[in-house]
Design a protein. Structure first.
Length: 359
């Protein structure tokens, strides 16, 4: 009897080809699509499943997606942080909901179309290993997966390039072979984050972020801004204030609706603190322990050498060999050993002398 495996079928080319590769390996494949309120996703996924001759089911996650992903996205911006909702979705929705659904269909294994590899280390722990072609690597957004989830996960695309996947889809004449890759947040297709946040605030009776002051790092008022949800650390464009030099957002202080501006030099820092830590390949460290790592502070960050310090069960500190540009609260700090994920967490603080107090 063939072993059953469920795959998150997103309606895109990557998960479609991943499903075909699994079927080719001899699995009985079941396509599961998250129903989040975006109808074309389910339509494309259903069409692919029909072409591949596999079972397809939709899993209604609309309420949990709203609570765990969309509300999280809004609340983080209201707190002056810049979130990555894909990481939260992977952790709280995609794996959690779809694995539970898979069990109901008799499938113990779960697969996705991510460009990464699942690896069991000599220490017995499971982790995600970078894919063979670093330009497409997606391990950064997978650091929140649990050991149980990783143990049951298969990622068939870890050894392929995107162009190879496109070529396979074309050869199979899949309906999604030429479907463009989505670069936007799925629930904000127009990429207008601030308008979405304002609509959600009105919808739930929350206060829409008010106008406030731009200040320099000494606290001198430089002008007015449109609301903190319009800005992120490192931002230069769209500030609407002329200072006679290139200005960048250095810090956002929600308690006083203040946005701190500075020069490019002012947005470099070498110390990062992260909370909500998930130990992946590394076993949980004890307070005071250190580990040499390569760490990334955003999805498209190449990574830099650093020393990891365990502060406590929930927090880690990362001290980089050289200052990194635009460390952003709300983004993730993901630390690697060699080419596999050791640990990750949400960035909550970074050290840069001279900032105006947020007290």
């Amino acid at each position: 009897m063939k072993e059953k495996i469920a795959i998150g079928l997103s309606g895109g080319v990557d998960s479609a080809v991943a499903a075909w590769l699994l079927k080719k390996e001899g699995y009985e494949v079941i396509g599961l699509t998250m129903e989040t309120g975006i109808p074309e996703v389910a339509e494309d996924a259903r069409r692919v499943a029909d072409q591949l001759g596999i079972r397809h089911e939709c899993v209604d996650v609309r309420q949990s997606f709203q609570n765990e992903v969309m509300d999280y996205f809004v609340n983080e911006y209201l707190e002056g942080r810049t979130p990555n909702p894909c990481i939260k979705c992977n952790q709280r929705i995609k794996w959690q909901a779809l694995i539970a659904a898979a069990e109901g269909y008799g499938a113990h294994l779960f697969a996705t179309g991510h460009y990464a590899n699942v690896l069991q280390l000599a220490n017995g722990r499971y982790t995600v290993k970078m894919c063979d072609y670093a330009a497409k690597d997606q391990t950064y957004v997978l650091y929140q997966l649990s050991q149980n989830q990783l143990q049951r996960t298969r990622m068939p695309l870890g050894h392929y390039e995107k162009k190879e996947i496109r070529a396979m889809a074309e050869q199979l004449q899949l309906s999604v072979a030429d479907k463009p890759e989505s670069m936007d947040i799925c629930f904000i297709p127009d990429n207008d984050y601030s308008s979405f946040i304002e609509r959600e605030c009105v919808r739930y009776g929350k206060k829409v972020p008010a106008e406030g002051n731009f200040v320099d790092i000494g606290g001198t008022v430089l002008g007015k801004h449109k609301g903190i949800h319009h800005y992120t650390v490192g931002q230069r464009k769209g500030l609407g204030v002329a200072l006679g030099y290139p200005a960048f957002v250095c810090k956002i202080i929600p308690e006083t609706d203040t946005v701190v501006l500075g020069t490019n030099d002012d947005i470099f820092s070498d110390r990062v603190v992260a909370d909500k830590v998930n130990w992946v390949g590394l076993p949980p460290m004890k307070e005071g322990q250190t580990e040499e790592v390569t760490a990334r502070i955003r999805y498209n960050h190449a990574g830099a050498k650093a020393v990891l310090h365990c502060m406590d069960n929930e927090r880690i500190e990362c001290v980089f060999e050289s200052p990194q540009r635009a460390v952003t609260p709300g983004q993730s700090l993901v630390a690697y050993k060699d080419d596999w994920v050791a640990v990750g967490g949400r960035i909550i603080a970074y050290e840069k002398p001279g900032y105006v107090s947020d007290k």
